[in-house]
Design a protein around this ligand. Structure first.
Ligand code: PLP
Length: 408
């Protein structure tokens, strides 16, 4: 088939066509998709973590259809009931005191919002990030925007009076190395606006942070007056067993200052949200940020019905059990090439320690009727719906084993 798109993705040569439902349960979407050649695949990609309920559950479709027949779009300055409902619901779920929400559509947008709120609220310019981190791919829409009012405090271009060329400088530490972060704090002292990390690295190989590391970062941020910010785009929205991966890893003794979510939040419709503590969010006065589509009624309905279904079917709890279930299957039926099965809840990484093999496995698993993505070079990543149980995981493991056998 002629590909009319930019060649930004390595093509799989599979044209996905139609969800295949498991049963008549209206809360349960499909974990299988039919391709144009009639092949039905078991889908461990899930739009890369966007399908916590599976593809298009009937109750979700019905809610979205009703919302489209009511109101689809309202610009940011206007209130809608469903927008406020979802904002309040996320604030209640977020482990952030007195939170306030900004809505976007994609992960990258709320990462941008996280950076902007941290720079604005602290007036500082250094951000500490981590090796193997992934936070998005935006480059420079704000620098191209002409009106200096939008750029003030974030960035400027030559000729702007009294501004630095860039207001943000990123330094990086190894993930998990608290001493390295402490050294960066010594070096940059009161210039550090925030420490920003994925509590479970998604693209970097499915690496969960240790509790001591997260608590240690919290302590360093408090000592130095910096903000602790979490990108839970891939790990959050219930995937680890709680709404926030921070809660799963740390509990509720200490809280971060800013967290953002996307992917699974809309159950398959683009919705992203960032929560910052009220005193921090207060820095974002009118004009400092915006999104044309962010928080539209249709997106907010998607978020609400997704959370309703998660509540009704105890999906956080069920997601939380997936890793242990898969590790049990792996122990009972070992695949000798597998080095480690790791992750947290329904964020699963199967590490082969061999990037070449993993590249081959992308095609070989598809040949066995299983769709997967790679993560961190040497791991296969599974992001199944939260309800996926031993039967689904066992079937996927079986298909993976056959794929490994076909290429080794
Ligand atoms: N941050 C993390 C942790 C992600 O996993 C991703 C996407 O994979 C992003 C940010 C970027 O999100 P988006 O592609 O929705 O802009």
């Amino acid at each position: 088939m002629q590909d009319w798109r930019w060649p930004t993705y390595r093509p799989r040569n599979i044209t996905l066509e139609q969800v295949v439902y498991e049963n008549d349960d209206p809360n349960r979407g499909g974990v299988r998709v039919k391709a144009s050649d009639g092949t039905v695949y078991l889908d461990a990609v899930g739009g890369i973590g966007c399908l916590p309920l599976g593809h298009s559950p009937k109750r979700w479709v019905q809610a979205m259809t009703e919302q489209m027949n009511t109101l689809s779009i309202a610009a940011g300055p206007f209130w809608t009931e469903v927008n406020q409902q979802l904002a309040k619901r996320i604030v209640d779920l977020a482990p952030v005191e007195d939170g306030r929400v900004f809505f976007g559509n994609t992960g990258t947008e709320v990462t941008e919002a996280g950076i902007k709120v941290a720079l604005k609220a602290t007036g500082r310019d250094v951000v500490i990030g981590f090796e193997k981190a992934f936070h998005g791919r935006s480059l420079g829409s704000l620098s191209l925007t002409a009106n200096p009012k939008y750029r003030a405090g974030f960035m400027s271009t030559p000729g702007d009076e009294g501004e630095r060329f860039a207001s943000m400088n990123v330094v990086r530490a190894p993930f998990g190395d608290l001493d390295a972060v402490a050294k960066l704090f010594e070096q940059y002292a009161d210039r550090v606006a925030m420490v920003c990390l994925e509590p479970v690295q998604g693209e970097g190989g499915i690496n969960p942070a240790k509790r001591e590391f997260l608590v240690g970062l919290h302590g360093l941020c408090r000592t130095h007056g910096a903000l602790l910010a979490l990108d839970e785009i891939q790990a959050g929205s219930g995937r680890t067993g709680d709404f926030s991966a921070w809660t799963t890893l740390v509990g509720d003794e200490v809280e971060p200052d800013i967290i953002w979510w996307a992917k699974a939040l809309g159950g398959g419709f683009p919705v992203s949200a960032i929560v910052a503590r009220g005193d921090i969010a207060a820095a974002m006065v009118p004009g400092t940020h915006g999104s044309t589509f962010g928080g539209n009624p249709l997106a907010c309905r998607a978020g609400m019905v997704t959370l309703d279904i998660m509540d009704d079917d105890q999906l956080f709890e069920r997601a939380g059990k997936q890793l242990a279930t898969l590790q049990g299957i792996a122990a009972a039926q070992p695949i000798s090439a597998v080095r480690e099965v790791r992750g947290l809840g329904a964020m699963l990484g199967i590490d082969f320690g061999d990037a070449e093999l993993v590249t081959k496995l992308i095609g070989a698993t598809a040949q066995q009727g299983l769709l997967v993505t790679a993560s961190g070079g040497t791991a296969i990543r599974w992001l199944f719906p939260y309800w996926a149980d031993e039967t689904i995981l066992g079937e996927a493991w079986d298909r993976l084993g056959k794929a490994v056998a076909s290429v080794t």
